[in-house]
Write a protein that binds this ligand. Structure first.
Ligand code: AMP
Ligand code: TRP
Length: 335
């Protein structure tokens, strides 16, 4: 039996948040890298789909890789690399553009939301934002991944990846593995502390409701204590009616490991106490990550070495599969 292969990625469009950590990274660290052949990728090409500053993208890519290691990814167990270091992603992406339809792309929720926001500001939208889910599909399919551990917001993109894999295989013969999304049982969608109806996203302009992995303990406490709650006073887990309190309960459950959000609700009779315990639980979860990050920053050649070896392994895995896809669609193999 072949070993399960896992692929996931994180975009260097901003500093990593508690949402990235609880929704994705922690599961990679605790479970995925131990039970499967897991590849984790800093997907820097995806950061170019929106207006970007080249120096910042470069800095954030390195920081993301360093933070993934600081969070506990172990290069002896898994493969960590940077997307643009492996040409097969863009090589395969074009073939998948020839498999997908434009209507399919325009139906992607993230695309619709981001274009609406951008157009409202009178801005333009890069073509790559439309085709971005195809590149994401290429990221996954190039490695024959079986599982894709992601937060809630990526489910639709993984569904598209499945559709493209099935369609390609039907048209041109069996080349791709059809992957499936996996998600954490709690905190699959951490909400913004100031706006609990929208996702805690790393590139939002207003940072008051976003906890970054590198925030100092006092900053974390301030952000959590100032979280917007709801007009009620009793603590209940009701994501629809009381999204602010539900979000705090989810974060507390995920960080304390002390039970389900529904059960935790019963232990509190005030919002103040809930916020205080949540703040401390988050501070404790982030403490070792910050400490390890500081050590790794002092040793950049270690991080470079990990990324170099990671890219080399990734290339070796993707190359034959992407070659096969090229051949299957009718391209003449190099002579
Ligand atoms: P991104 O920051 O968009 O590159 O996302 C990297 C990973 O973190 C993806 O698996 C996302 O689904 C996950 N993620 C991002 N933001 C959140 C959030 N607020 N809650 C849960 N998961 C998230
Ligand atoms: N689109 C993902 C996000 O915004 C990042 C990503 C790119 C990804 N390629 C991927 C995630 C492949 C999983 C697998 O979060």
């Amino acid at each position: 039996m072949t070993r399960t292969r896992i692929f996931s990625g994180v975009k260097p469009t901003g500093h990593l948040t508690l949402g990235n950590y609880l929704g994705a990274v922690r599961q990679w660290v605790r479970e995925d890298q131990h039970r499967a052949d897991a590849l984790f990728c800093v997907v820097d090409l995806h950061a170019l789909t929106v207006e970007h500053d080249p120096a910042r993208v470069r800095r954030l890519s390195r920081q993301a890789a360093t933070l993934l290691l600081a969070s506990g990814l172990d290069p002896r167990l898994c493969t960590l690399f940077v997307q643009s270091h492996v040409d097969e992603h863009t090589r395969l992406s074009y073939l998948l553009e020839c498999t997908a339809t434009d209507g399919e792309m325009r139906r992607m929720i993230q695309y619709k939301e981001k274009t609406a926001r951008e157009r409202a500001r009178g801005g333009s939208v890069r073509l790559s934002l439309l085709t971005y889910p195809v590149l994401m599909a290429a990221d996954i399919l190039a490695y024959g991944a079986h599982e894709v551990p992601v937060g809630d917001d990526q489910t639709q993109h993984v569904e598209l990846t499945r559709d493209l894999a099935v369609r390609f295989n039907q048209r041109y013969g069996q080349v791709f593995t059809v992957p499936r999304a996996t998600r954490p049982s709690v905190a699959a969608r951490v909400m913004d502390l100031q706006d609990p109806t929208s996702k805690m996203g790393k590139s939002h302009a207003d940072t008051a409701g976003i906890v970054y992995l590198l925030d100092e303990p006092d900053v974390v406490r301030r952000k959590v204590l100032r979280a917007v709650t709801d007009s009620g006073t009793s603590v209940e887990y009701d994501p629809e009616g009381r999204p602010g309190v539900a979000n705090l309960l989810e974060v507390l459950a995920a960080c304390s490991g002390g039970g389900r959000p529904e059960e935790l609700a019963a232990e509190y009779d005030s919002y103040g106490a809930l916020k205080k315990d949540t703040a401390e639980a988050v501070v404790e979860v982030l403490r070792p990550v910050r400490e390890r990050h500081a050590e790794l920053v002092a040793d950049p050649s270690y991080v470079d070495g990990v990324l170099r070896a990671g890219a080399e392994r990734a290339r070796g895995l993707a190359r034959p599969l992407v070659d096969r896809a090229h051949e299957a669609v009718g391209l003449l193999p190099p002579l």
